[in-house]
Design a binder for this molecule. Structure first.
Ligand SMILES: OCc1cccc(Br)n1
Length: 446
């Protein structure tokens, strides 16, 4: 069915009017609230960003993995009061199963590692770039989906794993022109909190909840923080001491307060020493107030921030040694990070570092007469088999139109198939940047 279009060489694209035109209500052509389309120019930037994510992951010897966007809701039900839980994009499917669009990738990784069990050889280094979802009341007009790059190392209890992960993020920043004067990493350890809470014999099961409250320290008033901490059962004294410790910005000071025997100080000292060896010590700073907003972190935590303080956290991660056992699996030491696709673009805009990405095509091939459409297809196929991209004009168009399209698509070369030349087995070529033009035998066309 040619859709009512006229025959060969006729005006293409014109549909013969249907006999009865019923009034069709126009659908909402915007994507659902909080979601984005990626038209070509936006997709070029996303592809550019993801290619850097992938190249860094390759340089660090990580293997790519992925999981379903849809997971069992149970994977994300944690009782620590996390925002990610309150905003879970969950529903009951037609089989009456409780399911959710993943709000993060780490629980899926844990699920797959448990599923694979002993067949996996540790340590494993996996990376993923996946779309993650949250259902937030649109009052705040924030997005409901973003793409996250995750890198995770499982099976390594040593702090070298965290040091390697931060190194990979630094490598990414450097590739796109971001320096340590633009961004830094605030680094701490949840063991700092643990050691303080232990002094006040706070039960371990409160640990996640306390962390989630403290993660809000810069987002809600301090009195609200104290009230919520109090509501978990912490004494006034414990709360005061906790807030004191959280304001510490130097490891030396931390050691004075906690003593030198604890794991928190030892881990952090080792990380800062490794950062010298990795060559990114200028990028990181100790900041005891960093706890991150996910309940399952158990050790070192870190977050990338813009030094101008204009943007939300760029990325974040840490150690989560106990996550697998919360799903009934055997614990495996683990650490990883998530890096969203939105804040980084805001940062690149701020810094004037957005790349110029234009559509590029090597050739535009056009038959000057519709009878030569087959020959044009032959030319296009030959060039494509040589690895050259070809925008083949699939209809009869005036040369003016072809030149206009060549300019818009930034075609490097125009190949014209015309009767005169084709009688001699030749095609016409025009190099669009220089204007140089010549005839050439088809089998000599490179
Ligand atoms: O960073 C939290 C988050 C999770 C899912 C989707 C979006 Br947008 N943001």
């Amino acid at each position: 069915d040619n859709g009512g279009r006229s025959g060969r060489g006729g005006r293409s694209g014109a549909l013969s009017p249907s006999p009865v035109v019923e009034e069709v209500q126009r659908i909402d052509v915007n994507p659902p609230k909080g979601t984005r389309d990626f038209p070509p120019e936006d997709m070029r930037l996303r592809t550019w960003l993801f290619n850097h994510f992938r190249e860094v992951s390759r340089l660090f010897g990580f293997e790519e993995v992925d999981y379903p966007v849809l997971e069992s809701e149970a994977l994300f039900i944690r009782k620590a009061g996390e925002e990610i839980r309150d905003q879970l994009y969950c529903f009951e499917d037609r089989g009456n199963r409780r399911v959710a669009l993943r709000p993060e990738l780490t629980p899926s990784l844990a699920r797959l590692v448990i599923q694979k069990g002993k067949s996996l050889s540790l340590p494993l280094k996996w990376f993923a770039i996946g779309q993650c979802w949250r259902y937030e009341r649109m009052t705040r007009g924030r997005r409901r989906e973003h793409y996250q790059w995750n890198m995770d190392i499982l099976g390594l209890p040593e702090v070298t794993a965290e040091a390697e992960l931060i190194s990979s993020i630094v490598a990414f920043f450097k590739r796109i022109g971001i320096t340590e004067s633009d961004v830094g990493f605030k680094v701490s350890s949840r063991k700092v909190l643990q050691e303080v809470l232990r002094c006040y014999s706070v039960p371990e099961n409160l640990f996640g909840k306390v962390c989630i409250i403290i993660d809000k320290i810069e987002k809600i008033p301090i009195d609200e923080i104290k009230r919520e901490l109090n509501a978990t059962g912490l004494s006034e004294e414990a709360i005061e001491e906790l807030l004191q410790v959280l304001s510490i910005k130097s490891l030396t000071k931390l050691e004075e307060i906690l003593g030198g025997a604890g794991e928190a100080v030892a881990d952090l000292k080792e990380l800062f020493s490794l950062s010298e060896k990795f060559g990114y010590s200028e990028w990181i700073q100790f900041d005891a107030s960093v706890v991150r907003g996910l309940a399952y972190y158990t050790g070192i935590v870190f977050e990338g921030f813009d030094r101008q303080g204009k943007l939300r956290a760029i990325c974040g991660g840490g150690r989560y040694d106990r996550l697998l056992s919360t799903f009934g699996g055997d614990d495996v030491p683990a650490c990883g990070f998530g890096f969203g696709d939105a804040v980084i673009v805001e940062l690149l805009k701020e810094k004037g570092l957005l790349p110029e990405l234009n559509l590029e095509v090597d050739n535009i091939v056009c038959a000057l007469d519709y009878d030569l459409q087959g020959v044009a297809a032959e030319v296009a196929t030959k060039l494509r088999e040589k690895g050259q991209s070809v925008d083949l004009v699939l209809e009869s168009k005036p040369l003016k139109w072809v030149f206009k399209r060549a300019a818009r698509t930034n075609a490097q070369r125009l190949v014209l198939v015309g009767n005169t030349e084709w009688q001699k087995g030749m095609v016409g070529v025009k190099i669009l940047s220089s204007g140089e033009q010549y005839e050439i035998k088809l089998d000599e066309l490179e």
